[in-house]
Design a protein around this ligand. Structure first.
Ligand code: DLL
Length: 428
């Protein structure tokens, strides 16, 4: 099930984007003092926008701007027009408050319904929604989309995993919506209950909200006997429903760019990169009323791919997020992203996709400890595993940790809800 908007020819799409961008800039200029000042400083008048390429003349918005304008300095409507508030908390400071009018909720529901349809979910299916309900956009975002598509939603929220597994069996849930780490936890819990997770009725896992590498997807698909589909989004832009993979290709996430316009820039300079190069994703809302956002620096690293997709959708695809600009670890001067380390670990037979990185100081020297869980089924010796991992890290990243610890399956603490923390930086 796909709407014609998803396969518009690109010239028509660009026209629609330009028209919507002009309206968004007008709205921001007229209703948000923050944007009026920024646009004036940049010497841009909303009437200057003639094509979508003019977007590069607009000022950028950052996480700090959300914090500085807390709670509602970026809102473009009066309180009476607001229909919902969500919030996204970071590791420091105040949460980012985001808001929606009725029309925004409608766009969100439709964008999420598109995402679920792209995953192969059909009206009449049963969607067990294990994203957290509350201020987090995951729960209610998926909920609305699943209703909009005409499925039956089971709003389990996160946690209570044994009960969730029983419900999935009894209600014959076709789809499990959750973070990738929860999908694996779900499989492990089912195994502990003496069940074979592959025999559960679930055939689609709509995962998202945190990075999931290809080997981790394979593991989720293998253990649960289901198709894993990646969903991307962020509260500042709308929540989940910004981009989603199609089940036909499972090769990049179609950005719903009639509503959210993507650019990729060099994170150091903010200048657009060449087509096909990796950089920081920058998003502009094209239809939001309550919270129009111009050129938001997401901090997420990815690549855009304009090649035709086998599914027939014309909307650009973003690659899996490979890391975050603010996740860069500089260890003894070497630049490392946790995702690069994860990629290597996941490729080694005999270890599980569970790891943690601890960073300490020894005097002025950085020290890194890497802890990895062994796989239950592995018959490789610890020494052999250690040699393979260390040599791969050295070959690929020219870096090895000071200490590598292999622990028994289940040896690394699991979170039952939310996003997993992989990096513990104790360097202060
Ligand atoms: O995580 C929205 C969401 C909910 C997306 C459910 C998908 C599914 P926030 O809490 O605001 O919103 O966090 C947004 O999470 O900037 C990324 O760094 C990360 N993120 C979200 N989806 C993915 C993904 C939701 N598929 C931040 N892959 C974003 C990698 C993701 N990272």
């Amino acid at each position: 099930m796909r709407s014609s908007n998803e396969s518009l020819d690109r010239a028509a799409l660009r026209e629609r984007q330009a028209d919507r961008l002009t309206k968004t800039v007008e709205r921001a200029y007229e209703n948000v003092p923050f944007y009026r000042e920024r646009l004036e400083d940049a010497g841009v008048d909303p009437s200057d926008i003639e094509s979508i390429d003019d977007i590069t003349t607009l000022p950028m918005t950052t996480k700090e701007d959300f914090r500085d304008e807390y709670p509602d300095g970026l809102f473009a409507v009066d309180d009476e027009e607001l229909a919902r508030i969500h919030a996204s908390s970071g590791t420091t400071g105040k949460p980012k408050i985001v808001s929606y009018t009725d029309a925004d909720l409608d766009v969100w529901g439709k964008a999420m319904a598109r995402s679920l349809a792209a995953a192969g979910v059909e009206p009449g299916d049963t969607v067990q929604n294990a994203y957290g309900y509350g201020l987090f956009t995951g729960g209610l975002g998926f909920h609305q989309g699943a209703e909009e598509l005409g499925t039956t939603v089971v709003p389990t929220s996160s946690g209570g995993t044994q009960r969730q597994i029983e419900l999935a069996q009894d209600l014959e849930s076709d789809v499990l919506a959750c973070t990738p780490s929860y999908a694996l936890y779900f499989a492990e819990t089912a195994e502990e209950m003496g069940l074979n997770p592959r025999e559960l009725p679930i055939s689609v896992i709509a995962y998202g909200a945190e990075t999931c590498t290809e080997p981790m997807r394979e593991e989720i698909e293998e253990r649960l006997g289901a198709t894993g589909i990646n969903n991307y989004g962020l509260s500042e832009i709308i929540g989940p429903g910004v981009a989603a993979e199609c089940h036909e290709a499972q090769d990049g996430l179609h950005v719903w760019e009639d509503h959210f316009y993507p650019e990729v820039v060099d994170p150091r300079t903010g200048e657009p990169v060449e087509e096909g190069e990796e950089g920081e994703l920058v998003l502009t809302t094209l239809t939001k009323e309550a919270l129009p956002v111009l050129r938001y620096r997401t901090g997420d690293l990815t690549t855009l791919n304009y090649d035709e997709c086998e599914c027939g959708r014309t909307m650009v695809r973003m690659d899996n997020v490979t890391g975050r600009t603010d996740e860069l670890l500089i260890v003894r001067g070497v630049n490392l992203y946790p995702s690069e380390i994860e990629h290597i670990i996941l490729d080694v037979a005999g270890v599980a996709p569970h790891y943690r990185i601890d960073l300490h100081k020894d005097g002025s020297l950085d020290v890194m400890e890497l802890t990895i869980e062994k796989d239950e089924q592995s018959d490789r010796s610890e020494n052999e595993l250690r040699d393979v991992i260390l040599s791969r890290l050295q070959n690929v990243l020219s870096f090895t940790p000071d200490d590598l610890e292999l622990v028994e399956p289940g040896g690394i603490a699991r979170t039952e809800v939310g996003k997993v923390q992989r990096v513990y930086d104790h360097r202060g």
